[in-house]
Design a protein around this ligand. Structure first.
Ligand code: MF3
Ligand code: CO
Length: 251
């Protein structure tokens, strides 16, 4: 069931989104070789709470940290503790904030050191796929229009599109309906986008296979073939007038 949000609720999500946007601007300083994940997680928790929010991921289904820190072949849901930023690689940070009624969710891929050209392309195209997905997230379109825009952007490059993990409605809960796949799925449920809908679009794209494996920690998801992955995510709101990207830097 899709839960539509009132304007006042979207306003609170906008405030949570601002906290996330500013977090991503400031955390950049910490994405340097050797910096411990523990330190980045602590920075996130303090930054979020001192701005009046709560880190959505902390204790979510028992998740132990405030952010996900996923490096190279770790696609998503990497636990930040006991690891460090590498000399060279792709560093993904995923963060959620609850502010007032609602959650917002966003992720970014940072490049560290001198990565191969093909990996640079992966990051560029994953980011572009999110942008194209957002452009397709218009009142009156369907979820599959977003999926198609993401898939179409990635396809010419022959990267892997992860299918087992998808974007999602977000608001009163961190994960709500509908699912937002990054490929056109045949599933019957393909809702029309309506004012009041709020959801996260999050392409997860790899240099190799679309297949994933779960690690014994019960959280970390890696690519099955060890290839590197990129991930970008924004939470958007559909309104009468426009689509608002809640987690991108605003005035
Ligand atoms: N942003 C993540 C997602 O949509 C949420 C991670 S929840 C956590 O899948 F508990 F794993 F952190
Ligand atoms: Co998400």
């Amino acid at each position: 069931m899709i839960i539509l949000k009132q304007e006042s609720e979207i306003e609170q999500m906008r405030k949570g989104g601002r906290i996330i946007a500013r977090f991503f601007q400031e955390v950049r300083e910490l994405i340097k070789p050797g910096v411990p994940g523990d330190e980045i997680d602590e920075f996130a928790r303090k930054f979020i709470t001192s701005n009046g929010g709560y880190p959505s991921f902390l204790n979510y289904r028992g998740y132990p940290a405030s952010i996900c820190l996923s490096i190279n072949d770790e696609v998503v849901h990497g636990i930040p503790f006991g690891k460090r930023i590498p000399e060279v690689g792709l560093v993904k940070i995923d963060v959620g904030v609850k502010y007032g009624c609602c959650h917002v969710d966003s992720a970014f891929t940072f490049v560290v050191g001198d990565i191969p050209e093909r990996a640079k392309k992966l990051v560029e195209i994953t980011k572009k796929a999110l942008e194209e997905g957002i452009k397709a997230a218009k009142k009156g379109n369907r979820v599959s229009d977003i999926s198609r825009a993401v898939e179409k952007t990635v396809k010419p490059y022959k990267f892997g599109i992860i299918r087992k993990l998808v974007g999602h409605g977000v608001g009163f809960d961190l994960h709500e309906d509908p699912e937002i796949p990054n490929y056109v799925s045949r599933k019957a449920y393909d809702p029309i986008l309506k004012p009041g809908m709020t959801f996260a679009i999050e392409p997860m794209i790899t240099l190799g296979t679309h297949k994933i494996k779960e690690m014994p920690d019960g959280w970390t998801i890696k690519t099955a073939d060890g290839s590197w992955a990129a991930h970008f995510e924004h939470t958007v709101a559909i309104t009468e007038k426009e689509t608002i990207v809640l987690t991108s830097p605003q005035d």
